[in-house]
Write a protein that binds this ligand. Structure first.
Ligand code: SAM
Ligand code: SF4
Ligand code: SF4
Length: 335
């Protein structure tokens, strides 16, 4: 039976952070001054094992779970991730199985992930121009060409690919059109994400947000008018717009046009806690239960109890000065 929260929203989508580590230090997510060489990442024994993750997913299979997204941190840093994909595919032959990645390691893994049963991959890419890309991701080792090579390989392997771009005013707004041109040319759906006030480390300010409406205005200036499309499903995060040619852009407008009303997402952190909102300050530990020999029914009942108390509507209640110093980092609970 479906799980329903206080606002009658079902739990349909589980995002699983498989690691809190990353090979990038995107300034809006893991700024190096907070995630430097002295940062305490989770020790290995704190991470849920693939068996434990699959156990949790399996326990939700008969209560309306439809989508699982592997994320992090950078999911491709976790060793043998394809094993987890195979295990999840076995647990849920009908599950929509997706992954969000920065793409740096995708080229070498795309084919085996597809063979293991992954359906879709969302690649985060904030710039075409190498200098802006490297400044935004705070990396010297990787350039956009490597990310495009990963995207190409993922498409060749048969994965459905989308690109996600976070736009931060004064940093990469000049990359909106170059990214749009290249994605349009290769017919890869592109989604723009408004810069969000997740976590406590990115020193978010409202005046660094470029809204979806502002981005649409820039796009229309070059490509002609955009027409809004109806949502395919209520819980869809991106609002879709189409050019006359039929090419679609998505806009994830968590700041200017929030979508908590239909939010059906739960998050499982790398250390095994359930979070019911991206902006939560604390999670509910499942790892203890799992390591104490809980049955799938116990796990399902624990998640039901958490979900039934859920009232989160952070984006709809956000104020200009968010002020909450205790929000958990996105790299920890999974974007
Ligand atoms: N490392 C992977 C990646 O970058 O795709 C997966 C994890 S990352 C936390 C997931 C998504 O969150 C990425 O698309 C990233 O751009 C987005 N993200 C991180 N911090 C953000 C912020 N402050 N505002 C908006 N999106 C953010
Ligand atoms: Fe790493 Fe993804 Fe966060 Fe960038 S957005 S620092 S790639 S987890
Ligand atoms: Fe869902 Fe929380 Fe985001 Fe609202 S703010 S859409 S409740 S994750």
């Amino acid at each position: 039976m479906a799980l329903r929260d206080v606002h009658h929203r079902p739990l349909k989508d589980l995002r699983i952070s498989v690691t809190d580590r990353c090979n990038f230090r995107c300034t809006y997510c893991m700024p190096r001054e907070h995630f430097g060489s002295d940062h305490d990442f989770l020790p290995r024994n704190e991470l849920l094992s693939y068996e434990e993750i699959t156990f949790v997913v399996d326990s939700l299979m008969n209560c309306g779970l439809q989508k699982v997204r592997l994320t992090g941190g950078e999911p491709l840093l976790r060793r043998d991730l394809t094993d987890l994909v195979s295990m999840l595919r076995q647990a849920g032959p009908e599950l929509d199985l997706a992954m969000t990645t920065n793409g740096a390691l995708l080229k070498n893994h795309a084919e085996s992930l597809r063979e293991a049963g992954l359906d879709r991959v969302t690649v985060s890419l904030d710039a075409v121009e190498p200098e802006t890309f490297q400044a935004m991701a705070d990396t010297e080792q990787v350039d956009p060409e490597a990310i495009f090579a990963g995207i190409k390989e993922a498409q060749r392997a048969g994965l459905t690919v989308k690109v996600n771009t976070v736009v931060r005013k004064g940093v990469n707004e000049d990359q909106i059109l170059p990214l749009a041109r290249i994605c349009l040319q290769h017919n890869i759906p592109l989604r723009f994400i408004e810069y969000m006030d997740v976590g406590n480390t990115n020193a978010w300010k409202l005046d660094e947000v470029i809204t979806g409406a502002e981005i649409r205005h820039i796009i229309e200036g070059e490509f002609g008018s955009l027409k809004p499309l109806p949502s395919k499903e209520a819980s869809e995060v991106a609002r879709r717009y189409t050019l006359e040619s039929g090419y679609e852009f998505g806009f994830i407008e968590s700041v200017s046009n929030p979508f908590c009303g239909d939010c059906s997402r739960a998050r499982l952190s790398a250390n095994g806690s359930i979070y019911t909102c991206l902006f939560s300050s604390s999670g509910n530990d499942l790892k203890g239960l799992l390591r104490f020999g809980a049955s799938q029914n116990d796990v399902q009942e624990a998640i039901r109890a958490i979900w039934e108390q859920r009232k989160d509507r952070y984006s709809m209640e956000r104020t200009e000065l968010t002020g909450d110093e205790n929000k958990v980092e996105m790299s920890f609970i999974g974007g």
